[in-house]
Design a protein around this ligand. Sequence first.
Ligand code: ADE
Length: 250
Amino acid sequence: MRIEVLTIFPEMFEALDSSILARARESGTIDIRVTDIRPFSKSKHKNTDDYPFGGGAGMVMTPQPIADAIEYVSPIPYLGKRIFMTPRGKPFNQAMAEELSHEPGLTILCGHYEGVDERVIERYIDLEISIGDYVLTGGELPAMVLIDCVARLREGVLGSERSADEDSFSFDGLLEYPQFTRPRDFEGMKVPEVLLNGNHAQIDAWRREQSLLVTLRRRPDLLEKASITDPERAWIRQQSVYPDHGESQQ
Ligand code: ADE
């Protein structure tokens, strides 16, 4: 999968040069190309922003350098979605990441200042995406969040085929059960006995119960859409919701 990123801060994307994404890039499983918008500016000082028509605080990114950069990296007809990262966009979630992971390619525009001239969005952008109801200084971190989340769903990026399926928000729509590794006793805190006895049916049942409980306590809103059997729903109704490690804080 090819991912083209357009930004005025290309150096920020060095963060994608480590860990799993670095391996995926080296092996050619994903091809991430970061393009600096500024050199496309036809203004004397290579400006990429200007004052907003109608007044107001802050600057707006001008259309010309963005349009030329988009035409350069993903000329029409372009296969794959063109995305603009903005707090005004559709809230990002795992289902969107799944959909985008099947695209042949993505072009991601990162905005800055107070926004981007609307005409460039209207002409080139298929999808505006927000990573949450908060405002960051630019679209670079949101773009990296999206790239990381989409890339790990591509075949061959994670070591094991199963590990993406078992995560929180995948597979059955429940949060993940707690995990433990050695030592069995950490400063008096013991690993649950059931995980040590080698009985995989019991371990699966315990993990399922823990997933249901942690979802009930932290994100009861997820239970509505999760794949849960009728007996499990009945069992959930019997559980009392109680505050635990600040999980139910409002
Ligand atoms: N740019 C600034 N804040 C953002 C957010 N929350 N999501 C996507 N892009 C953004």
